[in-house]
Design a protein around this ligand. Structure first.
Ligand code: GLU
Length: 416
């Protein structure tokens, strides 16, 4: 069953509009995408043949500031997915009260099938195609699934060349050497850790004694696995696109990260008392904290009833469908929603943007301290709204995020 993520976005907005009274005009505004650009990206492949890929850049809202959000390279990418991801970015930046909007981009491509030179040509041509709708005060891209600091460096180069001067603030998640921020790469994982710590304090549970399962072992899954492992928690299972690896006694995350960094898949990792499981099996194993950190629509009405944990910490964007959300809530599972849980990435992107503007760079302690303050404050606000109104954390987070955007719409009014 194909689930359209943009339909899910609409359903999530409906849930919030039932809770807060909004001018219906403002409600309509929140649902709509400001602008979507679809581009064809022709590139010369290494074998001399031309291929044309399809790319997207979508601004859901720039009402509170420039658009902000990643660019993903994946064969799953399509316009509705990018529209959904752009909308979630608006809620994320609003929830943290950053002066930014929400945007997203992507190319429908399997990057594993491209050489590094093909990837560079693809990125450069994509940037040229979207150049009129990006920029430090328009929309600031960042890494997302299968993109990284090197990809950001190419985007910054094309943009800067076109404008005739170096403009680091056009993207975040850049290499440190050309205006990136320390702590940006680990930021999503660090933010998840701070929010999980704050939740464990409220629930009066000891994070170190938690048994953790993580779906995904890329930038988000890999960092949170490493941070929790170093903190002393037991990681029972992790997975990548090839499937999952499980050990009742806990995995050695350092060893697995080394394996991953050599470009190897988890399905090929062999060790005593370690068993291979599928990504679907991984989600329903018994544990304390389940961390979906891969794609959207992983916990659905089909498997929600079998989820067997105390806490779901959403590292991915949109991993739980609204129907599954209800099931988890009724089972008493504490779901820490994506727009809060994984917002550390965009938070440190904002710090990077500020550092670029000021040409003054912070140290790691400052980055992590300021991240912790912003994300824990956001958690506290979400937690108190959820207690006051007896609502799931997701609905509480959405109430805060949507209300701020709604206020901006009301204050600015409709042009002309
Ligand atoms: N791609 C990340 C996200 O989904 C980060 C976006 C950003 O830093 O702008 O939140």
């Amino acid at each position: 069953m194909e689930i359209n993520p943009f339909e899910i976005v609409q359903k999530q907005i409906d849930v919030v509009l039932e809770e807060i009274s909004l001018d219906p005009n403002t409600g309509q505004f929140l649902r709509r995408i400001e602008r979507s650009l679809i581009v064809s990206i022709p590139i010369m492949m290494d074998d001399g043949k031309m291929k044309i890929f399809e790319g997207y850049r979508v601004h859901h809202s720039t009402i509170r500031g420039p658009g902000k959000g990643g660019i993903r390279y994946s064969p799953h990418v399509n316009l509705d997915e990018v529209k959904a991801l752009a909308t979630w970015m608006t809620w994320k930046t609003s929830l943290l009260n950053l002066p930014l909007g929400g945007a997203k981009g992507g190319i429908c491509v399997d990057p594993m099938k491209l050489s590094k030179r093909e990837l560079e040509r693809l990125t450069r041509r994509y940037t040229a195609e979207i150049i009129n709708i990006i920029g430090p005060d328009i929309d600031i891209p960042a890494p997302d699934m299968n993109t990284n600091a090197q990809v950001m460096a190419w985007i910054m180069d094309v943009y800067s060349m076109q404008k005739g001067r170096t403009i680091p603030g056009v993207v975040t998640g850049k290499p440190i050497e050309i205006g990136g921020s320390v702590g940006r790469e680990s930021a999503t994982g660090m933010g998840m850790f701070y929010v999980l710590q704050a939740s464990c304090n409220k629930l009066d549970i000891d994070l170190k004694s938690m048994r953790i399962i993580i779906q995904g072992f890329g930038n988000v899954g890999g960092w949170i696995a490493n941070i929790l492992y170093e903190n002393g928690s037991k990681i029972l299972a992790v997975s990548d696109i090839s499937g999952g690896i499980f050990s009742e006694n806990g995995l050695n995350i350092k060893e697995l990260l080394e394996w991953r960094n050599q470009g190897k898949l988890l399905k090929d990792f062999q060790k005593n008392n370690h068993k291979h499981i599928t990504n679907e099996e991984l989600l329903t194993q018994e544990c304390d904290v389940l961390i979906p950190a891969a794609l959207e629509n992983q916990i659905t009405e089909i498997n929600a009833d079998k989820i067997n944990c105390k806490i779901v910490l959403e590292g991915a964007n949109g991993p739980t469908t609204p129907d599954a959300d209800k099931i988890l809530y009724n089972k008493g599972i504490y779901v820490i929603p994506d727009i809060l849980a994984n917002s550390g990435g965009v938070c440190v992107s904002y710090f990077e943007y500020i550092q670029d503007i000021h040409s003054y760079f912070w140290d790691l302690d400052r980055v992590n301290q300021e991240l912790k303050k912003i994300i824990v404050d956001a958690f506290e606000s979400v937690y108190s709204v959820s207690k006051e109104r007896n609502l799931p954390l997701r609905t509480a987070a959405y109430i805060i995020a949507l209300s701020r955007v709604a206020k901006a719409i009301e204050l600015r009014g409709i042009f002309p």
